[in-house]
Ligand binder design. Structure first.
Ligand code: GLA
Length: 470
């Protein structure tokens, strides 16, 4: 992989003027300027500070956008800087690192990642951003800008999930604290950091806001401690934080999608082999998220219960299938149907969902490759019906959103996305019809429930990244 990424940027020079440019490596570019190379070339006043950047598609887009930025007045650039500078960076202006970590949607393959199955998520252009600098003492200081709360904890207080004063860590702080804890479990150096973070991923909505937080902190500590850890191992470390520290017994899909996202692509990820492939989302299609506004708390919901039910079903099936399957994803639907009666009714439903959903992912990937988006959309609908009737993680509001979406022209498929028990649906919509689709869905939902549904058009985004600012 490792393909180049292109950025346009604005630097603030020591005399208050702006300099705009493009680069594939913002940190190297700032170093060059501050060490004189760029300054000689551009005659700018150093030191310079990176105050704004945006990722662009390729070199030619970078050249065009740079040209455009250069034509802007100082005031206009100042406005871009003001609006575009991540809040996190404004809160820690001396930051050494700025991390951006995306949320995700899942197109197909729900509740199969902890059953050894393959999934089909895409990272989206909603992000956690965290600005970090080494702390002055040995205490971590984490500021949640969206909540207006700050927590301080030390390595010693982590084990007991307490802050530096001995109070229990608030729920939100357990995510970053969990990452520090998981790193210490692996004997990785956890440099004390002062971090401010904010997020544009709605929380508790099934868009993986928590994985984006753990990944953002994982990357910050990785940069600060110079860990030699590849992205898959980092995803696993972050998973450990969520499972063992926060207490949600989740699979690897979300942390993976956050780190491995690719612009314009969905990710076909085999959670057993840890192998993956980026699949282009066909042209002319948009990912549209409809947020029911109902919030889950997965830790307290039926998520862990569903997982235990799957484990129970597997044990019973291992007794009657030869050779014994190592996971539910190992079992084909035909094999399962032959022995289904050994399971109690509830477990029959759970096992059927997992096994049939795994088959849907395989077929869905073939259809996507052939450009058969209609067929793919039908699989999304079938996946939703299964989450509703067999896995029982849907809600009437989500069912309604899926049914209503199917009646709007231009929508090829809809289903709930993420763990369920609230949250969002993901809709595959013809790009030319997105606006009409959104307004019709909003209207239908209001008529049915008297409530607002928020509709977000998302772009499949690149994976989490760190920009080195020092
Ligand atoms: C949550 C979990 C994931 C996955 C999905 C359901 O997002 O974090 O690991 O299990 O639910 O597919």
């Amino acid at each position: 992989m490792g393909s180049l990424r292109y950025y346009c940027y604005i630097l603030e020079c020591a005399d208050g003027t702006y300099y705009t440019g493009w680069t594939t490596d913002p940190s190297r570019r700032i170093r060059q300027h501050n060490q004189g190379w760029g300054a000689r070339y551009t005659r700018m006043h150093t030191p310079v500070r990176l105050v704004y950047w945006e990722e662009v598609a390729d070199r030619s887009a970078a050249l065009k956008r740079e040209f455009q930025l250069k034509t802007y007045s100082h005031q206009r650039k100042a406005k871009i800087v003001e609006l575009g500078t991540p809040r996190a960076l404004a809160a820690v202006p001396q930051a050494s690192w700025l991390v951006t970590a995306p949320g995700r949607v899942n197109l197909l393959g729900e509740h199969v990642d902890y059953n050894g199955g393959a999934v089909l998520p895409a990272a989206i252009d909603r992000f956690v951003q965290a600005a970090a600098v080494p702390a002055a003492d040995s205490v971590h200081e984490i500021q949640a800008l969206d909540l207006g709360e700050t927590v301080r904890f030390s390595d010693a207080s982590l084990e007991e999930k307490k802050d530096a004063q001995g109070n229990p860590l608030p729920a939100w702080a357990r995510y970053p604290a969990g990452v520090a804890w998981a790193a210490l479990q692996r004997s990785l150096p956890v440099v004390p950091l002062k971090v401010a973070f904010s997020s544009t991923i709605p929380a508790g909505a099934g868009l993986s806001s928590s994985a984006a937080i753990v990944v953002a902190f994982g990357l910050a500590w990785k940069a600060a401690g110079r860990w030699k850890l590849d992205d898959m191992s980092l995803a696993q470390l972050c998973l450990r934080a969520e499972r063992e520290y926060v207490g949600l017994n989740c699979g690897l899909m979300d942390q993976f999608a956050c780190l491995f996202g690719r612009e314009g692509h969905a990710l076909f990820f085999d959670t057993a082999a840890l192998s993956w492939e980026a699949l282009p989302i066909p042209d002319g299609l948009s990912l549209v998220v409809a947020d029911s506004g109902i919030r889950h708390s997965l830790t307290h919901s039926g998520y862990n219960e569903r997982r235990s039910e799957c484990e129970e079903a597997l044990v019973l099936l291992q007794r009657v299938i030869d050779p014994a399957p190592t996971s539910l994803a190992d079992i084909t639907p035909e094999k399962l149907y032959r022995v289904l009666s050994v399971l109690p009714e509830i477990l029959q439903k759970r096992a059927r969902h997992v096994v049939e959903e795994c088959a849907r992912v395989k077929l869905g990937v073939e259809l996507l490759r052939k450009g058969n988006v209609k067929g793919f959309g039908n699989l999304m609908e079938a996946g939703h019906a299964s989450l509703r009737d067999l896995y029982e993680v849907s809600l009437p509001q989500l069912d309604y959103l899926v049914e209503a979406a199917a009646q709007v022209s231009g929508c090829l498929g809809a289903r709930l996305t993420g763990g369920g028990f609230g949250g969002c649906t993901i809709n595959l919509v013809e790009s030319s019809r997105v606006e009409a689709f959104a307004s019709q869905l909003i209207e239908k939902y209001r008529q049915q429930f008297g409530l607002n549904v928020e509709v977000l058009t998302c772009k499949p985004a690149g994976g989490a990244q760190v920009v080195n600012l020092s």
